[in-house]
Design a protein around this ligand. Structure first.
Ligand SMILES: [Zn+2]
Length: 262
C-alpha cells in the first residue's frame, strides 16, 4: 500500500510537470514571477464574460488564448498603486489586452516589460493622480520607468465595456510592440512584413492628413503622430473590426495583414 501511494504521488507530480511544460513551451520563455494565477476554468469564465475578442474566437483558439493569459499573469507583475483597488478580473483584463494584439503570433512574449502598475484614474506627466490637469489614461515608461507600463484602472475597465470602440490597455500594449524594435514610430518592425512597410506608411500618412483636416471619423488623437495613429487604429481594429472594415477597407486590410499574418 505504501509503495502504491509513492507511485501515485510520483505520477501526479509528473503529470503536473508535463502540464506546466506544455503550457510554457507554447507561449514563451519568460521567468515565472507570480504563482497566484487563477485556474483555467476561472480564466475562461472571466474572459467569456468581459472580453468580446475572446467570444469571437472558436473553441480551440479560446484554449490557446487562456494559455497565453495564464502565461502573462505568471510572468508579469501587476501592482496596484496610489490607492487603486485592483481585483482578479482587472488583472485578467490586463493580460487579455496584452494577448489580443499578438494572438496570431505563435512565439511571443513582451521581453521589454516587467511590470504593469495600475493607478485608480488619470494622472499627469509627474505621475500625479490628484493634479488638476491630469489627463493621461496610460503610458509605456521610459528612463527609470523603463520596462514598466502604467494604466488607469477606470480606463482599463471602460475599454472592456461591451460598446467601447476604444481600449486604453490595448493601446499601450501596441506602443510596447511598436517600441520593441527601438523606435516608437508607428511601424512595428517585428510584425509587419517588409513588403507592407511602404503601403502602410502611405496609408498612415494619408489618414493622418485627413484626421488633421477634420475629414475623418477616426479619433483626433490618432493625428498626433504615427505612433499614436498605429495605437488608436489598432484599438479600433480589435474592438470594432466590422465597423473599421466597412468605413476604412484599405486600412482594415493592412491591419489584418499586420496582425493576422495572412
Ligand atoms: Zn498613445
Amino acid at each position: 500500500m505504501e509503495y502504491n501511494a509513492v507511485y501515485v504521488t510520483i505520477a501526479i507530480l509528473l503529470v503536473g510537470v508535463a502540464l506546466i511544460w506544455y503550457v510554457f513551451k507554447n507561449v514563451g520563455n519568460k521567468k515565472v514571477v507570480e504563482r497566484d494565477v487563477p485556474d483555467r476554468k476561472e480564466l475562461d469564465s472571466i474572459l467569456r464574460e468581459h472580453v468580446d475578442f475572446f467570444d469571437r474566437l472558436d473553441e480551440k483558439a479560446q484554449q490557446v488564448f487562456v494559455d497565453r493569459v495564464a502565461y502573462f499573469l505568471a510572468t508579469t507583475k501587476i501592482s496596484a498603486e496610489k490607492g487603486a483597488q485592483v481585483g482578479e478580473v482587472d488583472k485578467v483584463l490586463v493580460a487579455a489586452s496584452a494577448t489580443i494584439p499578438l494572438f496570431h503570433f505563435d512565439k511571443w512574449s513582451y521581453e521589454n516589460l516587467d511590470e504593469v502598475i495600475i493607478y485608480p484614474g488619470t494622472f499627469d506627466e509627474k505621475y500625479d493622480v490628484a493634479s488638476t490637469d491630469k489627463n493621461i489614461l496610460g503610458m509605456v515608461g521610459d528612463g527609470v520607468m523603463n520596462r514598466k507600463m502604467i494604466l488607469s484602472l477606470a480606463s482599463l475597465r471602460a475599454g472592456f465595456a461591451h460598446s467601447s470602440s476604444s481600449n486604453t490597455a490595448i493601446h499601450e500594449f501596441v506602443h510596447l510592440i511598436d517600441k520593441a524594435d527601438g523606435d516608437t514610430d508607428g511601424v512595428p518592425d517585428y510584425l509587419i512584413p517588409k513588403s507592407l512597410v511602404e503601403p502602410w506608411l502611405h496609408e498612415m500618412h494619408k489618414n493622418i492628413t485627413l484626421i488633421r483636416h477634420d475629414q475623418s471619423d477616426i479619433r483626433d488623437y490618432a493625428g498626433t503622430n504615427p505612433a499614436e495613429f498605429l495605437a488608436v487604429v489598432s484599438e479600433y481594429f480589435f474592438q470594432k473590426p466590422t465597423f473599421l472594415q466597412q468605413d476604412h477597407p484599405d486600412l482594415y486590410a493592412l491591419l489584418d495583414k499586420i496582425y493576422n499574418q495572412k
